[in-house]
Design a protein around this ligand. Sequence first.
Ligand SMILES: NC(=O)C1=CN([C@@H]2O[C@H](COP(=O)(O)OP(=O)(O)OC[C@H]3O[C@@H](n4cnc5c(N)ncnc54)[C@H](O)[C@@H]3O)[C@@H](O)[C@H]2O)C=CC1
Length: 346
Amino acid sequence: MMVTTMQLLLRSPLKSIRLLASRDCSSYVSRMRYLMRLKEDDDACRVALQSGTLMLFHKLAPLLRPTERGIYQLHKLQASDVKGILGKLRENEQLLNTSVLIGCSDSGVPQFSLDVGSLEQAFVEEMCGGVFIDLRKAFFLLKGPEAPLVAKGQALLRWHQTHAYCSATGQPTQRNQAGSQRVCLQNGATYYPQMAPVVIVLVSDGRRCLLARQSTFPRGMYSALAGFCDMGETTEETLRREVAEEVGLEVESLQYSGSQHWPFPQSSFMVACHATVSPDRAEVNLNGAELEDARWFTLAEIEEALKRKTPPRSTKGEPTEFWVPPSYAIANKLILEWANHRKSHK
Ligand SMILES: NC(=O)C1=CN([C@@H]2O[C@H](COP(=O)(O)OP(=O)(O)OC[C@H]3O[C@@H](n4cnc5c(N)ncnc54)[C@H](O)[C@@H]3O)[C@@H](O)[C@H]2O)C=CC1
Protein backbone atom coordinates (compact mmCIF):
# COMPACT_ATOMS: atom_id res chain seq x y z
CA MET A 1 0.00 0.00 0.00
CA MET A 2 1.24 3.49 -0.89
CA VAL A 3 1.71 5.77 2.11
CA THR A 4 1.22 9.45 1.29
CA THR A 5 3.28 12.25 2.82
CA MET A 6 0.19 13.50 4.59
CA GLN A 7 -0.41 10.06 6.19
CA LEU A 8 3.18 9.99 7.34
CA LEU A 9 2.79 13.43 8.84
CA LEU A 10 -0.36 12.38 10.66
CA ARG A 11 1.44 9.33 12.13
CA SER A 12 4.30 11.45 13.44
CA PRO A 13 3.19 14.68 15.08
CA LEU A 14 6.77 15.71 15.90
CA LYS A 15 7.82 15.33 12.28
CA SER A 16 4.81 17.29 11.10
CA ILE A 17 5.63 20.18 13.38
CA ARG A 18 9.21 20.27 12.08
CA LEU A 19 8.04 20.13 8.47
CA LEU A 20 5.46 22.86 8.88
CA ALA A 21 7.98 25.05 10.65
CA SER A 22 10.51 24.69 7.87
CA ARG A 23 7.86 25.33 5.21
CA ASP A 24 6.71 28.53 6.99
CA CYS A 25 10.28 29.63 7.38
CA SER A 26 11.11 29.02 3.73
CA SER A 27 8.05 31.00 2.63
CA TYR A 28 9.14 33.91 4.85
CA VAL A 29 12.69 33.60 3.58
CA SER A 30 11.58 33.53 -0.05
CA ARG A 31 9.41 36.61 0.47
CA MET A 32 12.31 38.51 2.04
CA ARG A 33 14.69 37.41 -0.75
CA TYR A 34 12.09 38.49 -3.33
CA LEU A 35 11.86 41.96 -1.75
CA MET A 36 15.64 42.16 -1.67
CA ARG A 37 15.75 41.44 -5.40
CA LEU A 38 13.10 44.07 -6.14
CA LYS A 39 15.23 46.66 -4.30
CA GLU A 40 18.26 45.75 -6.39
CA ASP A 41 16.67 45.21 -9.80
CA ASP A 42 14.69 48.15 -11.25
CA ASP A 43 13.25 46.12 -14.14
CA ALA A 44 12.03 43.33 -11.85
CA CYS A 45 10.46 45.99 -9.59
CA ARG A 46 8.64 47.62 -12.52
CA VAL A 47 7.24 44.18 -13.50
CA ALA A 48 6.18 43.51 -9.88
CA LEU A 49 4.35 46.83 -9.79
CA GLN A 50 1.99 45.60 -12.53
CA SER A 51 0.73 42.71 -10.39
CA GLY A 52 1.14 44.23 -6.93
CA THR A 53 -1.26 46.17 -4.73
CA LEU A 54 -1.08 49.96 -4.33
CA MET A 55 -1.99 52.14 -1.36
CA LEU A 56 -2.87 55.63 -2.56
CA PHE A 57 -2.04 58.84 -0.69
CA HIS A 58 -3.05 62.40 -1.51
CA LYS A 59 -0.49 64.87 -0.13
CA LEU A 60 0.47 62.11 2.34
CA ALA A 61 -3.14 61.42 3.48
CA PRO A 62 -3.98 57.71 2.94
CA LEU A 63 -7.01 56.53 0.98
CA LEU A 64 -9.45 54.58 3.18
CA ARG A 65 -12.65 52.81 2.27
CA PRO A 66 -15.71 52.80 4.53
CA THR A 67 -17.19 49.31 4.80
CA GLU A 68 -20.85 48.38 5.28
CA ARG A 69 -20.24 47.74 8.98
CA GLY A 70 -19.14 51.37 9.42
CA ILE A 71 -15.46 50.57 9.85
CA TYR A 72 -12.66 51.84 7.65
CA GLN A 73 -10.15 49.74 5.75
CA LEU A 74 -7.10 50.57 3.75
CA HIS A 75 -8.16 50.85 0.11
CA LYS A 76 -5.87 48.68 -1.99
CA LEU A 77 -5.78 49.11 -5.76
CA GLN A 78 -4.12 47.42 -8.72
CA ALA A 79 -1.84 49.15 -11.24
CA SER A 80 -4.62 48.79 -13.84
CA ASP A 81 -7.06 50.74 -11.56
CA VAL A 82 -4.56 53.58 -11.25
CA LYS A 83 -3.93 53.56 -15.01
CA GLY A 84 -7.71 53.84 -15.52
CA ILE A 85 -7.87 56.94 -13.29
CA LEU A 86 -4.84 58.50 -15.00
CA GLY A 87 -6.38 57.78 -18.41
CA LYS A 88 -9.67 59.49 -17.48
CA LEU A 89 -7.71 62.54 -16.29
CA ARG A 90 -5.45 62.46 -19.37
CA GLU A 91 -2.45 62.23 -17.05
CA ASN A 92 0.83 60.48 -17.88
CA GLU A 93 1.06 56.84 -16.73
CA GLN A 94 4.62 57.60 -15.59
CA LEU A 95 3.13 58.77 -12.30
CA LEU A 96 2.72 55.08 -11.45
CA ASN A 97 6.52 54.70 -11.48
CA THR A 98 6.84 57.19 -8.59
CA SER A 99 5.35 54.54 -6.28
CA VAL A 100 7.60 53.04 -3.59
CA LEU A 101 7.92 49.41 -2.49
CA ILE A 102 6.58 48.84 1.03
CA GLY A 103 6.59 45.10 1.51
CA CYS A 104 5.03 41.84 0.52
CA SER A 105 1.79 40.24 1.74
CA ASP A 106 1.78 36.80 3.39
CA SER A 107 0.69 35.35 0.05
CA GLY A 108 3.67 36.93 -1.72
CA VAL A 109 1.95 39.92 -3.38
CA PRO A 110 4.25 42.97 -3.49
CA GLN A 111 2.83 46.14 -1.87
CA PHE A 112 3.50 49.69 -3.03
CA SER A 113 2.43 53.16 -2.01
CA LEU A 114 1.88 56.09 -4.35
CA ASP A 115 1.16 59.78 -3.71
CA VAL A 116 -1.33 61.19 -6.22
CA GLY A 117 -1.20 64.70 -4.71
CA SER A 118 -0.88 66.18 -8.22
CA LEU A 119 -4.35 64.86 -9.16
CA GLU A 120 -7.71 66.32 -8.17
CA GLN A 121 -8.54 64.78 -4.78
CA ALA A 122 -12.33 64.66 -5.13
CA PHE A 123 -12.10 63.00 -8.55
CA VAL A 124 -9.80 60.23 -7.30
CA GLU A 125 -12.02 59.68 -4.25
CA GLU A 126 -15.10 59.36 -6.43
CA MET A 127 -13.38 56.99 -8.85
CA CYS A 128 -12.16 54.74 -6.04
CA GLY A 129 -15.14 54.96 -3.69
CA GLY A 130 -12.80 55.98 -0.88
CA VAL A 131 -11.73 59.01 1.07
CA PHE A 132 -8.30 60.51 1.80
CA ILE A 133 -7.94 60.91 5.57
CA ASP A 134 -5.21 62.59 7.62
CA LEU A 135 -2.79 59.95 8.94
CA ARG A 136 -3.46 60.65 12.65
CA LYS A 137 -7.17 60.08 12.13
CA ALA A 138 -6.52 57.06 9.89
CA PHE A 139 -4.47 55.53 12.72
CA PHE A 140 -7.53 55.63 14.96
CA LEU A 141 -9.77 54.13 12.28
CA LEU A 142 -7.61 51.27 11.03
CA LYS A 143 -7.38 47.92 12.75
CA GLY A 144 -4.63 45.32 13.13
CA PRO A 145 -1.57 45.44 10.87
CA GLU A 146 -3.08 48.06 8.52
CA ALA A 147 -2.04 51.03 10.72
CA PRO A 148 1.71 50.20 10.74
CA LEU A 149 1.54 49.40 7.02
CA VAL A 150 0.01 52.77 6.16
CA ALA A 151 2.53 54.52 8.46
CA LYS A 152 5.39 52.82 6.63
CA GLY A 153 3.91 53.73 3.24
CA GLN A 154 3.54 57.37 4.20
CA ALA A 155 6.95 57.63 5.85
CA LEU A 156 8.78 56.41 2.74
CA LEU A 157 6.83 58.74 0.44
CA ARG A 158 7.56 61.66 2.80
CA TRP A 159 11.26 60.83 2.82
CA HIS A 160 11.39 60.94 -1.01
CA GLN A 161 9.48 64.22 -1.10
CA THR A 162 12.06 65.83 1.20
CA HIS A 163 15.23 64.30 -0.27
CA ALA A 164 15.05 65.31 -3.91
CA TYR A 165 18.41 67.13 -3.64
CA CYS A 166 21.86 66.16 -2.38
CA SER A 167 22.78 68.00 0.84
CA ALA A 168 26.46 68.21 -0.24
CA THR A 169 26.17 69.37 -3.89
CA GLY A 170 22.64 70.79 -4.03
CA GLN A 171 22.12 68.76 -7.22
CA PRO A 172 19.09 66.48 -7.85
CA THR A 173 19.18 62.93 -6.49
CA GLN A 174 17.76 59.99 -8.45
CA ARG A 175 15.79 57.20 -6.81
CA ASN A 176 15.83 53.52 -7.69
CA GLN A 177 12.54 51.95 -8.76
CA ALA A 178 11.78 50.40 -5.34
CA GLY A 179 12.45 53.73 -3.63
CA SER A 180 14.89 52.16 -1.18
CA GLN A 181 17.65 54.69 -1.97
CA ARG A 182 18.53 57.92 -3.81
CA VAL A 183 21.84 58.73 -5.52
CA CYS A 184 23.31 62.18 -6.19
CA LEU A 185 23.76 62.65 -9.94
CA GLN A 186 26.90 64.73 -9.40
CA ASN A 187 29.00 63.06 -6.69
CA GLY A 188 27.38 59.60 -6.58
CA ALA A 189 26.56 59.81 -2.83
CA THR A 190 23.87 57.30 -1.85
CA TYR A 191 21.12 58.29 0.59
CA TYR A 192 18.93 55.77 2.42
CA PRO A 193 15.58 56.39 4.15
CA GLN A 194 16.14 57.25 7.79
CA MET A 195 14.29 57.13 11.11
CA ALA A 196 15.28 59.12 14.19
CA PRO A 197 15.91 56.80 17.17
CA VAL A 198 13.88 57.61 20.28
CA VAL A 199 13.87 55.89 23.68
CA ILE A 200 10.52 55.70 25.45
CA VAL A 201 10.56 54.58 29.08
CA LEU A 202 8.04 53.71 31.75
CA VAL A 203 9.65 54.44 35.10
CA SER A 204 8.42 52.60 38.19
CA ASP A 205 9.32 52.86 41.88
CA GLY A 206 8.06 49.29 42.40
CA ARG A 207 4.60 50.40 43.54
CA ARG A 208 3.66 53.25 41.17
CA CYS A 209 4.54 54.30 37.62
CA LEU A 210 5.57 57.71 36.39
CA LEU A 211 3.71 59.42 33.54
CA ALA A 212 4.15 62.92 32.20
CA ARG A 213 2.49 65.39 29.86
CA GLN A 214 3.65 68.19 27.58
CA SER A 215 1.52 71.31 27.17
CA THR A 216 0.90 70.28 23.54
CA PHE A 217 -0.71 66.93 24.53
CA PRO A 218 -4.51 66.65 24.34
CA ARG A 219 -6.06 67.67 27.66
CA GLY A 220 -5.86 65.01 30.39
CA MET A 221 -3.45 62.72 28.50
CA TYR A 222 -0.30 61.47 30.25
CA SER A 223 2.30 59.26 28.60
CA ALA A 224 5.63 57.55 29.27
CA LEU A 225 8.82 59.68 29.07
CA ALA A 226 10.37 59.86 25.60
CA GLY A 227 13.42 61.47 24.08
CA PHE A 228 15.56 61.43 20.94
CA CYS A 229 18.95 59.72 21.07
CA ASP A 230 21.94 62.04 20.85
CA MET A 231 24.63 61.15 18.30
CA GLY A 232 26.71 58.19 19.50
CA GLU A 233 24.50 57.31 22.47
CA THR A 234 23.39 53.81 23.40
CA THR A 235 19.77 53.05 24.34
CA GLU A 236 20.81 52.81 27.99
CA GLU A 237 22.60 56.17 27.92
CA THR A 238 19.66 57.95 26.27
CA LEU A 239 17.24 56.44 28.75
CA ARG A 240 19.27 57.46 31.83
CA ARG A 241 19.89 60.96 30.43
CA GLU A 242 16.26 61.61 29.46
CA VAL A 243 14.92 60.50 32.85
CA ALA A 244 17.51 62.68 34.62
CA GLU A 245 16.84 65.70 32.36
CA GLU A 246 13.05 65.53 32.37
CA VAL A 247 12.15 64.46 35.92
CA GLY A 248 15.45 64.63 37.87
CA LEU A 249 15.53 60.93 38.77
CA GLU A 250 18.33 58.38 38.60
CA VAL A 251 17.46 55.06 36.96
CA GLU A 252 18.70 51.92 38.75
CA SER A 253 17.75 49.19 36.31
CA LEU A 254 16.13 48.88 32.90
CA GLN A 255 14.55 46.23 30.74
CA TYR A 256 13.84 46.23 27.01
CA SER A 257 10.19 45.78 26.05
CA GLY A 258 9.77 46.29 22.29
CA SER A 259 9.97 48.76 19.43
CA GLN A 260 7.75 50.62 17.01
CA HIS A 261 8.02 52.82 13.95
CA TRP A 262 6.23 56.09 14.79
CA PRO A 263 5.33 58.38 11.89
CA PHE A 264 4.41 61.54 13.86
CA PRO A 265 5.54 64.21 13.19
CA GLN A 266 8.23 62.41 11.13
CA SER A 267 9.69 58.93 11.23
CA SER A 268 10.96 57.92 14.66
CA PHE A 269 12.20 54.50 15.68
CA MET A 270 10.80 54.05 19.19
CA VAL A 271 12.74 51.73 21.51
CA ALA A 272 10.52 50.98 24.51
CA CYS A 273 11.87 50.03 27.95
CA HIS A 274 10.83 49.67 31.56
CA ALA A 275 13.03 51.23 34.22
CA THR A 276 13.07 51.36 38.00
CA VAL A 277 14.12 53.99 40.49
CA SER A 278 14.60 53.51 44.20
CA PRO A 279 11.37 54.25 46.15
CA ASP A 280 13.31 56.44 48.63
CA ARG A 281 14.74 58.53 45.76
CA ALA A 282 11.52 58.98 43.79
CA GLU A 283 10.78 62.66 44.30
CA VAL A 284 10.10 64.26 40.92
CA ASN A 285 12.07 67.37 40.02
CA LEU A 286 10.31 68.55 36.86
CA ASN A 287 12.05 70.19 33.91
CA GLY A 288 9.36 72.76 33.17
CA ALA A 289 10.87 73.67 29.80
CA GLU A 290 10.01 70.22 28.41
CA LEU A 291 7.09 69.00 30.51
CA GLU A 292 3.96 70.56 31.91
CA ASP A 293 3.52 67.89 34.58
CA ALA A 294 4.86 64.49 35.73
CA ARG A 295 3.13 62.39 38.36
CA TRP A 296 3.25 59.00 40.02
CA PHE A 297 0.14 56.90 39.33
CA THR A 298 -1.14 53.95 41.33
CA LEU A 299 -2.23 50.64 39.81
CA ALA A 300 -5.90 51.51 40.48
CA GLU A 301 -5.59 54.81 38.57
CA ILE A 302 -3.83 53.12 35.66
CA GLU A 303 -6.40 50.30 35.47
CA GLU A 304 -9.19 52.87 35.37
CA ALA A 305 -7.48 54.77 32.52
CA LEU A 306 -6.76 51.58 30.54
CA LYS A 307 -10.44 50.61 30.68
CA ARG A 308 -11.50 53.80 28.88
CA LYS A 309 -11.62 53.28 25.13
CA THR A 310 -12.09 57.04 24.55
CA PRO A 311 -11.13 59.89 26.88
CA PRO A 312 -13.99 61.07 29.13
CA ARG A 313 -15.31 64.43 27.86
CA SER A 314 -17.09 67.45 29.29
CA THR A 315 -20.23 68.88 27.62
CA LYS A 316 -17.89 71.14 25.63
CA GLY A 317 -16.21 68.01 24.28
CA GLU A 318 -12.93 68.43 26.20
CA PRO A 319 -11.37 65.45 28.02
CA THR A 320 -11.98 65.85 31.76
CA GLU A 321 -10.03 63.04 33.38
CA PHE A 322 -6.67 61.38 33.17
CA TRP A 323 -6.28 59.10 30.14
CA VAL A 324 -3.40 57.29 28.43
CA PRO A 325 -2.31 57.03 24.76
CA PRO A 326 -4.39 54.67 22.57
CA SER A 327 -3.51 51.02 21.99
CA TYR A 328 -1.62 51.63 18.72
CA ALA A 329 1.01 53.71 20.60
CA ILE A 330 3.83 51.75 22.20
CA ALA A 331 3.39 53.89 25.34
CA ASN A 332 0.08 52.07 25.85
CA LYS A 333 1.82 48.69 25.60
CA LEU A 334 4.35 49.74 28.26
CA ILE A 335 1.60 50.91 30.61
CA LEU A 336 -0.40 47.72 30.06
CA GLU A 337 2.67 45.54 30.70
CA TRP A 338 3.42 47.44 33.92
CA ALA A 339 -0.19 47.04 35.13
CA ASN A 340 -0.18 43.29 34.38
CA HIS A 341 3.15 42.85 36.13
CA ARG A 342 1.95 44.78 39.21
CA LYS A 343 -1.28 42.76 39.36
CA SER A 344 0.60 39.47 39.27
CA HIS A 345 3.05 40.62 42.00
CA LYS A 346 0.55 42.17 44.41
N1 LIG B 1 4.44 55.94 20.06
C1 LIG B 1 4.35 56.40 21.30
O1 LIG B 1 3.79 55.73 22.18
C2 LIG B 1 4.94 57.74 21.64
C3 LIG B 1 5.71 58.42 20.72
N2 LIG B 1 6.33 59.60 21.05
C4 LIG B 1 7.19 60.23 20.04
O2 LIG B 1 8.53 60.23 20.51
C5 LIG B 1 9.24 61.31 19.94
C6 LIG B 1 10.04 62.01 21.02
O3 LIG B 1 9.17 62.47 22.01
P1 LIG B 1 9.42 63.88 22.69
O4 LIG B 1 10.83 64.02 23.18
O5 LIG B 1 8.34 64.06 23.66
O6 LIG B 1 9.24 64.74 21.36
P2 LIG B 1 9.28 66.27 21.02
O7 LIG B 1 8.72 66.31 19.63
O8 LIG B 1 8.68 67.08 22.09
O9 LIG B 1 10.85 66.60 20.89
C7 LIG B 1 11.61 67.12 21.94
C8 LIG B 1 12.77 67.90 21.38
O10 LIG B 1 13.67 67.05 20.69
C9 LIG B 1 14.28 67.75 19.61
N3 LIG B 1 14.04 67.00 18.37
C10 LIG B 1 12.98 67.01 17.55
N4 LIG B 1 13.15 66.15 16.52
C11 LIG B 1 14.36 65.60 16.68
C12 LIG B 1 15.10 64.64 15.95
N5 LIG B 1 14.63 64.08 14.84
N6 LIG B 1 16.31 64.28 16.43
C13 LIG B 1 16.80 64.82 17.56
N7 LIG B 1 16.14 65.74 18.30
C14 LIG B 1 14.94 66.13 17.87
C15 LIG B 1 13.64 69.12 19.57
O11 LIG B 1 14.52 70.00 20.22
C16 LIG B 1 12.36 68.93 20.35
O12 LIG B 1 11.97 70.13 20.96
C17 LIG B 1 8.20 62.18 19.22
O13 LIG B 1 8.28 61.90 17.85
C18 LIG B 1 6.87 61.70 19.78
O14 LIG B 1 5.82 61.82 18.84
C19 LIG B 1 6.24 60.13 22.32
C20 LIG B 1 5.47 59.50 23.26
C21 LIG B 1 4.70 58.30 22.98
